[in-house]
Structure formats: C-alpha cells, structure tokens
Design a protein. Structure first.
Length: 245
C-alpha cells in the first residue's frame, strides 16, 4: 500500500493575529511545526504572495526548501502569476524531489478577488497522481463556479487519482453545492477538521480531499503556538492512500 503525506496552510500573507506581517515567523513555523524535513511529501500554501498586483512573493523559498527538503514547482514562469510572484495568485506547491513531476499547469478561477489553482501530474513510485491546490471564494455562488471550472478541466485530462487541498472556504462539514458529485462528475472525499480562526477554531475551511473514497486518512490539525501566531488559519496534515487508476 502506497501512502503520500500532505500538508496545507493558508499563511494569510504572513499577517499574524497581532497584526504584524512577519514572513520569518511563517518560515520558522513551517520548518519546525508543520513540515520539518522528512515529514511530508507535499506542502501547499495559500495567500503566499502579495494580495494586489504585481502579486509579489513574500517568503524566503530557499529557506523553506532547506527546512522541508521539498522543492517548489514554480520555477517555470508559466507557473507564476508574474515575474515578481513566487506562485500563482498566492498558491504555492512544494513536492518531494523523489516525486517525478510529469507536467504542471495553472487554472484561472473567476471571482471578485483573483483566485487560481495549481496542478501537478506526477508519478509516485510508478503510480500516477494529480495534485491540486486552490484557494476558493468566500461566497458559495463563486465556489460553485470555481469548482465547475476545475471539474471541466479534470474531464479533459488523463484519468488518475486526484488530491485537492487548500483553503476551500467551505464552512459546512457536509460541504455544499460546490462539491456536489452531480456538479463535479466525481466525489471528493476527506476528513473535516476545524482550522479557522487559529486562536479559536470553529470552521473547517481548510481541506485535504481525494476523488478516491477513503483514501484520505489520519487527518490532523497542526495547532502550535508558532502556527497560531503566524496566521489566522491552522495547518492540516493527512496521509493519502494511492489507489492507482
């Protein structure tokens, strides 16, 4: 049985509960509390670039790579919003160098605020796997439209297990219309943990999902003083069983 370990965190553009913007605090929390070297094979960050154009990067990516042992997938300019960006509209994906990345892509999503998704198709010890991270809208109508676009994108791609992770802004534990199998043509399944707000988590806005039933296992909230201080979201981790095609 193959397992891939994943983590996701909305870093709130490095603005902590005290109102300070402190990218060093974010990097320290990633390296010590969330994804120290060897803990995860995939790390997804949201709100990790500036909010307004040119959406410039705010993190020390070299420091994060050194601490986690992972590599970000945005070296190709087509994977970034612009020349000053680190990711695509704040979404940054890191993967283990042992994972063989076959292709990568970005998806523009509609909304009042710029939104986007990052997609990697890879092979993990010979098993095909698609990894996606996204930050969806606060409003359900826009989430429905965004997930419909993601579903249409997936229909045009090769069939393989897909992991969707990030701040999906769905506060209902049972999810809403945006994740309806009738809308998407597939069911995304995963655990539900309260991750927002960090100082008193009540809402399960952050998710790690797979389109294979029961694949997401051992989901945990990463709740430490360092994580709570650095962002308004807690981080999530999970193991995902790879089932093949």
């Amino acid at each position: 049985m193959q397992i891939i370990t994943c983590a996701t965190w909305n870093i709130h553009r490095a603005r902590g509960r005290d109102g300070r913007v402190d990218p060093d605090r974010v990097a320290a929390a990633i390296g010590s509390d969330i994804s120290p070297a060897g803990r995860h094979q995939v790390l997804a960050l949201q709100e990790a670039d500036g909010e307004c154009p040119p959406h410039a990067g705010i993190l020390d990516l070299d420091r994060i790579e050194a601490a986690t042992g992972l590599r970000h997938v945005h070296r190709d300019a087509t994977m970034r919003w612009g020349p000053q960006s680190h990711g695509f509209l704040g979404a940054i994906l890191f993967v283990d160098p042992a994972i063989e990345v076959k292709s990568h892509d970005v998806i523009d999503l509609p909304g009042h605020c710029h939104r986007g998704a990052v997609v990697v198709e890879a092979r993990v010890d010979g098993t095909a796997l698609r990894i996606m991270t996204a930050h969806l809208s606060l409003t359900q109508v826009l989430r429905i439209a965004q997930m419909r676009i993601i579903a249409q994108y997936l229909r045009r791609q090769p069939v393989m297990q897909t992991i969707l992770m990030g701040d999906l802004n769905e506060w209902r534990p049972w999810s809403g219309m945006a994740f309806s199998p009738r809308l998407l043509g597939r069911r995304f399944d995963g655990g539900v943990k309260r991750s927002f707000p960090a100082h008193f988590p009540m809402l399960p806005l952050d998710r790690i999902l797979s389109d294979r039933a029961g694949a997401v296992q051992d989901m945990q909230v990463i709740d430490t003083p360092g994580v709570r201080a650095a962002s308004d979201h807690l981080a999530l981790s999970a193991k995902v069983q790879l089932t093949g095609s």
